[in-house]
Design a protein around this ligand. Structure first.
Ligand code: SF4
Ligand code: SF4
Length: 398
């Protein structure tokens, strides 16, 4: 049992995940109707500009108190961001108005070479997700684009491929890895489908009437391949690092994918010493103090809402009321301490409220964890007791 966790006090990041809309040119069976749509209208540039101004204003309020100054990373997702014609002028607007933003795109890779050149010229990093359920033409286009981009990208570490390991298209995934990614020295991560904890292995009728399953059950042979991959990666990292233990004493050196393999520092309840680790077994921090809102922001354009964090959704109970539109009415887990922090269409009101709160309380708030499971916010500074938390907070806040 742990007492506290923190990481990266010297090199913190603010991660802004910006879901630009559900519209997509794919219809993957493991992606719900809440996440994508082939017919949803495109969001418009003016709407995006308003959100960009909100992100800037939100960041400016926290930035005054950050002990280490850093540039926020905007990570664009969807749907498929690059399918919207207004995505490209948005990037030009951001480069002009907010050049301090670091720009990252997650895309399915089905763009023209002209658009690809724009992405190369303007993105700080690009993650291509390879989805086997595209048609033959789409999959060949993605393969061609990957090789084309790898030949032109100045820093190979800025291109990464998430290979969505499809149980029914396994050979396609392996072929991509062996015959495209490895020979061209393109960094890749084989992603098992359903590693986000939703665990719907059975087909179900989705909100749009389409049959879907969000998790895949792999055969023994497939599981052996996945384990073999990670054992190999583990060994490569192990040859370079002294970090050897997870918090349960397991020998595991690869960090969690969501935080880029970040090293974390922990202290166990029954120990007097801190331990550096790449992997933490414990995931229930309900009632702990947590700084998640200092390092994350999550935007959902189609739903007109922002959260502190996509999956944890922690918020303070005094957060002003948020209008829940039709695309969120199915969510049953919102409560006083869990849910969106504002509507994007009224984000100026939220910023005014936050500024007033900072004026009254001296600095932005911290969270009390409302969840029994922490997903990708584990690396954020958190502590069980107020005393430890104040000490950790002092590492990040002036
Ligand atoms: S490409 Fe991505 S957003 Fe589009 S349907 Fe597939 S998983 Fe969903
Ligand atoms: S679920 Fe959220 S609030 Fe709870 S510990 Fe994780 S990041 Fe912090």
């Amino acid at each position: 049992m742990l007492e506290y966790i923190y990481s990266d006090e010297q090199n913190p990041t603010k991660m802004v995940v910006w879901d630009l809309g559900r519209r997509c040119n794919y219809d993957c069976s493991y992606c719900t109707g809440w996440m994508h749509s082939t017919t949803a209208p495109f969001n418009k540039l003016d709407q995006y500009k308003r959100t960009a101004d909100f992100i800037d204003g939100y960041y400016a309020i926290y930035e005054q108190f950050h002990a280490t100054k850093f540039r926020p990373v905007l990570s664009f997702t969807g749907g498929e961001p690059a399918v919207n014609p207004d995505f490209f002028p948005l990037i030009e607007y951001l480069k002009e108005e907010y050049p301090y933003f670091v720009l990252n795109l997650t895309t399915n890779g089905t763009w023209s070479k002209r658009r690809g050149q724009f992405l190369l010229d303007n993105m700080d990093s690009i993650t291509v997700s390879y989805h086997c359920e595209g048609n033959d033409k789409q999959r060949q286009l993605v393969r061609d684009n990957l090789v084309w981009m790898r030949e032109r990208i100045a820093n190979k570490h800025k291109l990464k491929v998430n290979v969505m390991m499809h149980v029914d298209h396994w050979e396609d995934c392996i072929d991509l890895i062996e015959n495209v990614l490895k020979p061209n020295d393109i960094k890749y991560i084989p992603r098992t489908i359903g590693d986000d904890g939703r665990n719907r292995y059975e087909w179900f009728e989705d909100m749009d009437g389409v049959m879907r399953r969000t998790s895949h059950k792999y055969t023994d042979v497939q599981m052996d391949w996945i384990k073999g991959h990670w054992q190999h990666e583990n060994k490569k990292v192990g040859d370079k690092t002294e970090l050897k233990k997870s918090d349960d004493g397991d020998v595991r050196k690869i960090g969690r994918m969501c935080c880029g393999g970040r090293c974390m520092t922990t202290k166990a309840v029954d120990s007097t010493k801190e331990t550096d680790t790449m992997f933490i077994q414990q995931s229930n921090f309900k009632g702990w103090n947590c700084m998640v809102n200092w390092f994350f922001l999550h935007i959902e354009e189609d739903k007109d809402v922002a959260y502190h964090h996509q999956t944890c959704m922690a918020k303070t109970s005094d957060t002003p009321e948020v209008h829940i539109g039709p695309l969120l009415e199915h969510v049953t887990t919102f409560n006083a301490n869990r849910g969106p922090i504002c509507n994007l269409s009224r984000s100026d009101e939220y910023l005014a409220w936050l500024e007033d709160k900072v004026f009254r309380e001296g600095r932005p708030p911290t969270m009390i964890c409302p969840n029994t499971h922490c997903g990708c916010g584990i690396c954020v500074a958190k502590a069980r007791t107020n005393e430890d938390f104040e000490r950790l907070k002092a590492k990040y806040v002036t």
